[in-house]
Write a protein that binds this ligand. Structure first.
Ligand code: NIG
Ligand code: FE
Length: 420
């Protein structure tokens, strides 16, 4: 069990000192590791990292003078994991819809008949802020227990100013209450709210002219996302949202090529999107555009699995053009009711045939890139925040190998222990 919200208990124990007898993968990449590694943690930061034999004298002396030693027992250390695409904050769940899909209805059919995203919108509008916080906190706790220290959370189940604000406030409150860094994404253009039926352009105007500027002014938005799809918003409507985001200096990203290809990635890349996400229907022209604009691919094997998609994202193309690939839970009630990033590692290997190294980079260095925060997360280096995880495994491949076993044995975030 992860520690309760930090504000309600005394501050977590400091992890300051010399971590040694560790095997360290500083960028999460199992092909670039430090065997016999050591890491000095001081004041929330990594003061030094390298092979223990090269530990500078000043730290050796500090060790003799009483600076704590933490024996890692030859366990592995990676950066804290990053879940770069989630819809973690929402009311209710959609287990009933799951049963309908098992009886033969498709995700699109359910969405078109007034279920899907819109049914979660109803539940989210009804939940008050405290209830929404509690419902979301237990999902966050599950993610954190597996070593997640950074997470992105989207709005998009409010679709009106009041409820989008409520969702983003809950996301900020989770950041303040738990040992995790939350980046918020405004996804007002996730679905058409029932009251705007037949008036999608009017709704997009509301998103661009009112919701976005107001929530940005309240400091609630770190990035802007759009669901560009036949059952979502058109390329032209998505572009309006990107233009509005650009005016406020906010980075953009896109739910793209999930169910069909209507040109979402092309548009997103031209607007220098941080990432395009899902991508089962991505083609080569899209990948070329991504490469030219430095757009990261985010693959979501949990959604692929849960809606029993059969079209695979084109991994070979992404490799050929050297596109950084991130992996995420897409944690949401409709297409990926999952709170396990480790299971996503497993699925990205078994379902998408990613290598273990690709999968691990996908939840560390490449996930940081997808958030536009590679300068702050996904790498253990001197001067960086001490956000790392100690794993009780023989080899890092085990992180993608087990399903259900949690080999996480300690989490340090901002230089303090998160108790698991
Ligand atoms: O990432 N594709 C759109 N949004 C979510 C699903 C949302 C829902 O069904 O509630 C996704 O798959
Ligand atoms: Fe999503």
């Amino acid at each position: 069990k992860i520690s309760m919200p930090q504000s309600q208990v005394e501050p977590a124990r400091l992890a300051d000192g010399i971590w040694h007898k560790a095997r360290i993968a500083p960028a999460g990449n199992p092909d670039q590791v430090i065997i016999d590694g050591a890491m000095v943690v001081r004041d929330g930061l990594i003061a030094w990292i390298g092979s223990e034999a090269e530990l500078p004298d000043e730290f050796r002396q500090a060790g003799l003078a009483g600076l704590a030693y933490h024996d890692a027992g030859n366990r592995w250390i990676t950066p804290g994991l990053i879940d770069c695409h989630t819809h973690l904050v929402y009311g209710g769940n959609r287990a009933d819809e799951f049963a309908m899909r098992l009886a033969g209805a498709s995700y699109e059919e359910i969405a078109r008949s007034g279920g899907g995203i819109v049914s979660t919108v109803r539940a989210t509008r009804l939940a008050d802020e405290d209830s929404l916080f509690r419902q979301s906190a237990r999902r966050l706790e599950a993610l954190l227990a597996e070593g997640v220290t950074t997470i992105e959370i989207k709005s998009g189940y409010g679709l009106d100013l009041h409820t989008e604000r409520k969702m983003l406030r809950v996301a900020r409150r989770l950041d303040a209450s738990y040992p995790v860094t939350v980046y918020t994404t405004f996804l007002g253009a996730h679905a058409l709210p029932p009251e705007y039926q037949g008036r999608a352009d009017d709704y997009i105007r509301l998103v661009c002219d009112q919701m976005l500027p107001a929530l940005h002014a309240e400091g609630l938005i770190d990035a802007v996302d759009v669901f560009c799809e036949n059952i979502g918003f058109s390329v032209a409507q998505s572009e309006q949202v990107f233009i509005a985001a650009g005016k406020l200096g906010l980075p953009v990203k896109m739910h793209a090529e999930q169910l069909s290809n209507i040109g979402a990635t092309q548009l997103a890349a031209r607007y220098k999107a941080l990432s395009v996400d899902h991508l089962e229907h991505l083609n080569e022209a899209d990948v070329v555009e991504m490469q030219q604009n430095g757009t990261v691919a985010v693959l979501l094997p949990g959604a692929y699995y849960f809606i029993r998609e059969t079209k695979q994202p084109p991994l070979e193309l992404l490799r050929r053009y050297r596109i950084p690939v991130a992996i995420s839970t897409d944690s949401n009630p409709g297409t990926s009711p999952s709170t396990s990033l480790l299971l996503m590692l497993n699925m990205s290997c078994t379902l998408f045939r990613m290598t273990v190294a690709e999968a691990l980079m996908g939840v560390s260095a490449n996930a940081a890139l997808a958030l536009g925060k590679a300068d702050r997360h996904g790498l253990l280096a001197a001067g960086r925040a001490a956000d790392f995880v100690l794993w009780s495994v023989e080899s890092l491949a085990e992180l993608a190998y087990w399903s259900g076993l949690n080999p996480c044995s300690a989490i340090v975030r901002g230089g303090r222990f998160s108790t698991v």
